[in-house]
Design a protein around this ligand. Sequence first.
Ligand SMILES: Nc1ncnc2c1ncn2[C@@H]1O[C@H](COP(=O)(O)OP(=O)(O)O)[C@@H](O)[C@H]1O
Ligand SMILES: [Mg+2]
Length: 270
Amino acid sequence: MTAAVSSIATVSVEQLSLTIGRRRILTDIDVPPVQRGEILAIVGPNGAGKSSLMRCLCGLLKFQGELRFNGMPVPPLARHRRQWSPHIGYVPQDAGIRAKISVMELLLSAQKTHGHSLAVKKEELARAEQILTQLDIAHLAQSYCPTLSGGQMQMCALAQALVLTPSLLLLDEPTSALDLRHQSRSLKLIRNYVRTQDEQGTPNAAAIVILHDLNLALRYADKVLLIDDGRVTAHGALPDTLTLDVVGKTFGVEGEYLMNSKGDKVLVVY
Ligand SMILES: Nc1ncnc2c1ncn2[C@@H]1O[C@H](COP(=O)(O)OP(=O)(O)O)[C@@H](O)[C@H]1O
Ligand SMILES: [Mg+2]
């Protein structure tokens, strides 16, 4: 069975449609292959279907159409999230952490879900400490999860996903509750994680990230997929795909591109 594949090198989707009850949520969605080392940003207006698409990709919603890992179709029975854990690191929108444990315990127990021994190994502790430091939240290690702020919880949910070294990251608005410093810190870490290569030169992971801030997409993603009213309206490399015309039609806003002092294109909306 396809689910025996030990890691995910590419993910793609063909003609994905989703109906919930009598409502058509997504229609004929194509996502060309996202490779390891790449970040695909999904953008679109509220209610466009972005979160629903991500829930389809990680096996939480049943859909029509083809999901492919490594170019091979994943049959409907093999799409369930449990089959691909821990290869997929999924952080839902507004990820709440209900566990009544500390942040460090959360990261250690995440690493135990897929192993056998309950004793904490040195490398598991080191991995948890490393992720917390990289995300600039080492000071939260002993904090009790239910007492965290929304932004702190979002950072910890990201740490929980990264600690398992997944080969596919699916992040639904991972920066929505973060201050400016942590927005760029998280996205930089995600980009570094995705691009870091093993000894054979294989990058760690592919990432699909839903973002509202188009400038964050421009800065950190390689490609973009625009969804409007359940359909793909544009797809391609950044920044070329996010033309003012496309942005205007999708979001109903006017704006212009300016060049910042670092030579990067920045979108300014009037
Ligand atoms: N479980 C559900 N049952 C019925 N409608 C749903 C369900 N989940 C999402 N929807 C509807 O699907 C549309 C897309 O939702 P969502 O994927 O959350 O959009 P986005 O993430 O782009 O804001 C919305 O109109 C939402 O109301
Ligand atoms: Mg959403």
